[in-house]
Every structure is written in C-alpha cells, then in structure tokens.
Design a protein around this ligand. Structure first.
Ligand code: NOJ
Length: 539
C-alpha cells in the first residue's frame, strides 16, 4: 500500500502529459509514455507526479476542458494504462496527482449538451445561464458570456467559449462532483490539483462585480468568494476526509490573508495552494532578489501560522524559468541551478516543472502558426481585428506565451528529441539537440546532476524540510535566508543577477557547504564574493 510522504519532505514533479513521452507514435504524449519514464523520475528523486489533464477532452484548452470526468482522453491511452501507471508508480514509491478541472467543463460534456437543450432540463442549472450578460470578464475572450440561440439565453465562461462554467450553487451538481471525486480516490489517485478553483463561488443572481477600493481593475469577476470556501469544506467533509490525498488548489488573486482561508488546517480545505502573487505583481521585474524576499516573507508569515505552502517557478502556463527569470544566454547553467536552489530550499512543498531539470529554454517561436495554445492565438487575432499593434503582441507571446513550456520533453538528440517517432503536435524548442537528458544525466557539472543532488539534499536535511524561515539582510541582488531547526541554522545565499555581488555570511568552514553551483567558493574576510547566479547552501 502506498502512503505519500509528509508534505515537508515531498518534491512534486509536474508532467505536461501531452508533451512528456509518446509511446504509440501519434506525436502526442500519453500515460503509457509516462510509465516508460518512471525509472528516470524515481532516479531524479521526486515523490509525487502531477499530471496535467488526461480525462476525455476535445482539447480546446489542451485538456483543461473535460468532456467526461471518468474516462481517459483517447490520445492519452486507456483506463488500463492509468491503472498500470498507478501500480508502477506506487512500486517505486511515487504517487500520482491528477488535475481536476471543476470550475468549468467542455461544451461537449453530456451535462452541458443536456443543460443547453431546454430551459427546463434537469441539468439546466448545472451551468450559469442568464437573459443578459453582466460585467464579468473572461481570461481568454473579449466577453465572458456567449449567446445560445436554442434557448435564447447566455451562458457564462470565464475561460474559453468552449469552457462553460459549472454552477456550484446547484446542489445536484455538487452531489455529482462528490460522487465523481470519490470514484477517483477509490481508484487510488494519490493527489488532486484543483484547477481554477478560486472561481467556483459565484453569488446568487450573478450580480455585477464591483471592485473594492484600491483593488486592481485587471480582473472583473468573483475570485476566492466565501461561497467557494463553503463548497470546498463540504467536499472535504463528504469525501476527502475519508481518504488522505495530497490537495493543491490553484487560486489566482489570493492575498496571503485570503490564502490562509484555504490552507489553515482547522478549516479543512486544501493542503496547499498555488498563489500566483509574483506573477500578478508588476513590480517584480525591477528588483527580483528583493521582491522574492518580500514575496516569500509575507506568504510565510501568514501561511506558517497553521498551514503550508506550495513553491514553484515554472508550469504549463508560464514561459520557461531559465529564459524569463534566469539568463539563458550568458548564465544558462548557473541561473537554472540557482533558481533550482531557490525553490528547493523554501518553506513549502517544491514543484518542479518537466524539463526545468535540464534547463529547457523558451521555444524560440518565430511565427503565429507555430503556436498551439488557443488562448495565445485568440489574443493575437483579437488584436489584429481591433487594428492594434500586432508586432508588439507577437513579441510578447514569443517571450511569455504558454506554449514556450509545452514543447516536447527533450530526452536525447535523436529525431524529435526522443519524445516521439512521429511529428510532435507542437514544435521542438530550440537547442534540443544539445539540451537533453542524455547529454546531462549522470554527468558531473550538469543542470540535471545539480537538480538530483539538490532534491536529495532537500529531502534529507530536516532544516530544509521543516525549518522556520528567517530573511537575512543583503545587497540588492542577493536573496539570502536561513532555515532554522532545532538549534541548527542552514544559510541559503542566492545571487539572482548576472553581475557579481558580495555577501556577508555567518562564519563557516568549507566542509559545511552543503551544495553550491560553482566548483569552489570565493571567500574574503567579510564573507563571500558571489559570481553571477551563484547559489550556496551552508549548514
Ligand atoms: C488554469 C490552467 O492551469 C490553465 O492551463 C487553463 O487554461 C485554465 N486554468 C483553465 O482551465
């Protein structure tokens, strides 16, 4: 029987299933492909595999539009493949976390087909219908409401037109969701990531959203509403408490105080959440080290009262970490390993995104037809229709577009990076011939070997897993903190810049260096002379 590790000692690895490993030569990654790579993952040292959606889907949003919650997407294999994956992962002491998309379904889900068929269909209120649109915004489209001719009403979609929002106010819908989640837990799923779960609470009558004084005007719809918390507590009481899955909610727009409502143990909602604070904060780029310090400090202060955190820098919605936060031109290896040190030494469960362990870079897109994410292409088309500056949009999506992190995993230097024997569904990222697992695994001085060592350190050092977090004063470019546990201090020192920086450290002997990403340290009387993107952990 598999039992997951305590959250403090766990390292999660995110698999973008479509792009991880293709076992049946259709150019799309699949579940059997993940099973083939379990030894690789176990060798890396990760404990929990979060798989981006594998349920049936027409893939209008790459699986984040589910058309059958209890079936496997044709391209990804069969339920038997999932059973095998679960069994084989458990044999290797790894758990499987699934991605459940419960804020919305696909418009091709039978529930929506029934719901839209007539106003008096029993499932009519499983979705959000109205005679007139209100002022809510959509993330993906110019409008959040779509007119449906059949019944002359509009349905709400905070994401794409083909992603109608589920109406959690309906008790019968919630009962069906409870039944379905329980079915997955009975099957042996070890964790659930709850997609866009900050959006499920919508007040009765769909009132217009009124921004609170001083609140950013960027998003006009309800996020993290009290009703959502009630639904999550109900789900815990009725289903989750009977099992012990690891749970993580994706909750955009939460403040540290708001996040506590999700993760405080007494409230019985989630183990941890993905708060996207540093992505929503425009100041971030100005002074990364000091902003990370402020960021992690404020979240730690609130969440450590009685909760826990999730720590990540990359995922399938973001551009590649080494390209947008690090320096993929001059300090590729150094910045990739420095950022790895940062997430693996924080207070909170670290999440590694596939390919970051070999320093995969932004794809190097040059034209619109190379993109596959509808959200990205819609954005360009809308700008075009409105006569806006499409060149600026193109520049932006080349750098920040989500497809940057969705290109196939780079296993080796054979055709298609060893991902598939067929043409992949999306192009390979630049430099795949050089940046791949085969070129790095088992070789000293590579990003991969650093990740492996850093993961082992994180899991084996109780300070890094359980210690409190104390921020340390530093030069602007340096992010320094101590992890303190039972009278011992571990110092983490990160130069988050492509220039040298100095750092005054507490006294230490050379043999106390637990890990560093340069072959040797440069010390002087007052401490360390850090080279670009140098990371040092001393304990
Ligand atoms: C968040 C997911 O991470 C993203 O990929 C998706 O497009 C939206 N939620 C909608 O499900």
């Amino acid at each position: 029987m598999f039992h997951h590790k305590p959250l403090e000692e766990m390292v999660v690895y995110q698999i973008y299933t479509r792009s991880f490993n293709d076992s049946n030569r259709d150019g799309i990654g699949d579940l059997a492909g993940v099973t083939e790579k379990l030894d690789y993952l176990s060798d890396l040292g990760v404990d929990m595999l979060w798989l981006s959606p594998f349920c049936s889907s027409p893939n209008d949003d790459m699986g984040y539009d589910i058309s059958d919650y209890q079936n496997i997407m044709t391209e990804m294999g069969t339920m038997e493949d999932l059973d095998t994956l679960l069994e084989e992962a458990h044999k290797r002491n790894m758990g499987i976390m699934m991605d459940l998309v419960l804020n919305h379904s696909s418009d091709e889900h039978s529930w929506f087909i029934e719901s839209r068929s007539s106003k008096d269909n029993p499932k009519r209120d499983w979705y959000i219908w109205a005679d007139e649109p209100n002022n809510w915004d959509s993330y993906f489209c110019p409008e959040a409401w779509e007119y449906d001719e059949k019944t002359g009403q509009y349905y709400c979609h905070i994401f794409g037109v083909k992603q109608p929002d589920l109406n959690w106010r309906s008790e019968s819908l919630r009962a069906e969701i409870h039944r379905m989640v329980e079915w997955w837990l009975e099957k042996g799923i070890d964790g659930i990531r709850f997609d866009a779960i900050h959006l499920i609470g919508r007040p009765e009558g769909n009132p217009d959203y009124v921004h609170a004084p001083g609140e950013s005007k960027r998003f006009c719809h309800f996020r993290n509403h009290e009703l959502g918390h009630q639904y999550l507590q109900e789900l815990s009481e009725k289903v989750m408490n009977k099992y012990d899955p690891v749970t993580v909610g994706e909750t955009g727009g939460s403040t540290p105080e708001g996040a506590r409502l999700y993760v405080d143990k007494s409230r019985n909602e989630f183990d941890m959440i993905f708060h996207l604070g540093f992505l929503e904060d425009d100041e971030f780029e100005d002074n990364p080290a000091q902003n990370y310090k402020k960021f992690y400090e404020k979240w730690y202060k609130q969440l450590s009262i009685d909760g826990w955190d999730a720590v990540f820098l990359g995922n399938h919605d973001l551009a590649r970490v080494v390209s947008v936060i690090g320096d993929d031109e001059k300090y590729w290896r150094e910045s990739a390993t420095c950022l790895a040190t940062m997430i693996l030494t924080q207070w909170g469960t670290p999440y590694i995104y596939q390919g970051d362990e070999i320093g995969m870079m932004n794809a190097g897109f040059t034209s619109l037809d190379q993109f596959r994410d509808p959200h990205t292409t819609i954005r360009y088309r809308v700008a075009e229709e409105k006569g806006e500056d499409t060149e600026a949009v193109m520049k932006d999506i080349i750098k920040w577009g989500r497809d940057n992190s969705r290109t196939p995993m780079q296993w080796d230097s054979t055709a298609n990076g060893g991902f598939s024997e067929a043409e992949p569904w999306i192009m390979m990222a630049r430099n795949w011939e050089h940046i791949n697992v085969e070129a790095q695994k088992g070789k000293a001085g590579t990003i991969h070997s650093y990740y492996k060592k850093m993961i082992a350190l994180r899991k084996g050092d109780r300070n890094l897993a359980y210690g409190t977090m104390e921020m340390v004063d530093s030069e602007a470019a340096v992010f320094a903190y101590n992890r303190v546990y039972e009278g011992r201090t571990v110092q983490v020192i990160l130069n988050l810049s492509s220039s040298p920086a100095a750092h005054r450290t507490a006294d230490f002997e050379d043999d106390q260096v637990l890990i560093s990403n340069y072959p040797s340290l440069r010390k002087n009387v007052s401490g360390l002379m850090l080279r670009p993107w140098e990371a040092v952990v001393i304990g």
